[in-house]
Design a protein around this ligand. Structure first.
Ligand code: CP
Ligand code: NVA
Length: 305
């Protein structure tokens, strides 16, 4: 594994090793601190969209491992505008030891990787959010003690987060059931990839439009915003289309009584999730946010050291 761009091309064994490594690094951190395995290393962080979790968790992960990070915001380098993506990749490769990029078009982070001589990590594209999904597997594993055989229901938009969570579930033997409004399904290539990987790991992938059906017997109920970054112009239309896809107490009654609730955040309270559910006893959303940092330490230590 040279880059970390999406989960379909990562071998299941490597992804499972990464999760084990993340668990070890989290335990090490909680016991007093991590070994400085990335001493002298720097991560360049390109952001074309806003971020709280990704930006801070990557910088802190580098710091805890003895390295550092440089923030390159949307106004700074003009990725593909002031300078071509291949040229940015070649220049940055001479300065930093790894690049993390948050972009719109997934092809842009793939092109960065193609022309970079240092590892490139996808910090969210319109297609995928693989770091989120690895952190989420860590959270689910911590809660249930294992992953194989669990059922995760995703309610909402079948875009970047859903795609990466579906692929992660497929690798880890977690059955994945998604309910989206018509027209907001996961893209066909992702569905095919997830079906193929799930089949090899003994889990099931189900798709439909009815939230109550998706969450039936679920151990994990997961949602994401109805209006992703870059889709602000469609906000009113989307909120109308997704109205019946809110994760609320009524919907949760159809899941397993001991189900946990997850959200990648930022949440739009009152839209995709109610305050009562987000702040309720089943919610794991803040542990989930913290685990981004622990999972990314494993990715960084594997790729940059
Ligand atoms: N979940 C997530 O990626 O959050 P940010 O957009 O704040 O980085
Ligand atoms: N689907 C959301 C995830 C944010 C972390 C977005 O792309 O904005």
């Amino acid at each position: 594994m040279k880059h970390f761009l999406e989960l379909a091309s990562v071998p299941t064994g490597e992804l499972r090793d990464l999760l084990e490594f993340a668990l070890q690094l989290k335990a090490e951190w909680k016991a007093g601190g991590n070994k400085p395995v990335l001493q002298g290393k720097t991560l360049g962080m390109i952001f074309l969209k806003p971020s709280l979790r990704t930006r801070v968790s990557f910088e802190m992960a580098m710091k805890h491992l003895g390295g550092g990070a440089i923030m390159l915001g949307p106004q700074e380098i003009g990725l593909g505008v002031r300078e071509s993506i291949p040229d940015v990749a070649r220049v940055l490769s001479g300065y930093v030891d790894g690049i993390m990029a948050r972009v719109f078009d997934h092809a842009d982070v793939a092109q960065l990787a193609q022309y970079s001589s240092v590892p490139v990590i996808n910090g969210l594209s319109d297609g995928y959010h693989p770091c989120q999904a690895l952190g989420d597997m860590l959270t689910i594993h911590e809660h249930f003690g294992a992953l194989d055989g669990l059922r995760l229901a995703f309610v909402g938009d079948g875009n970047n987060v859903a795609a990466s969570v579906a692929l992660a579930c497929a690798h880890f033997g977690v059955s994945f059931s998604i309910a989206t409004p018509e027209g907001y399904e996961m893209q066909r290539p992702v569905r095919e990839q997830a079906f193929g990987i799930a089949g090899r790991n003994g889990s099931v992938l189900e798709m439909g439009t009815r939230p109550q059906v998706a969450v039936s017997k679920a151990d994990v109920v997961y949602t994401d915003t109805w209006v992703s970054m870059g889709q602000e112009a469609e906000a009113a239309e989307r909120v109308g289309e997704f109205e019946a896809y809110q994760v609320n107490d009524e919907l949760l009654r159809h899941a397993n009584p001991n189900a946990i609730v997850m959200h990648c955040l930022p949440a739009h309270r009152g839209d995709e999730i109610t305050d009562a559910v987000m702040d309720g006893a089943q919610s794991k959303v803040f542990q989930q946010a913290e685990n981004r940092m622990h999972a990314q330490k494993a990715i960084l230590a594997r790729l940059l050291s």
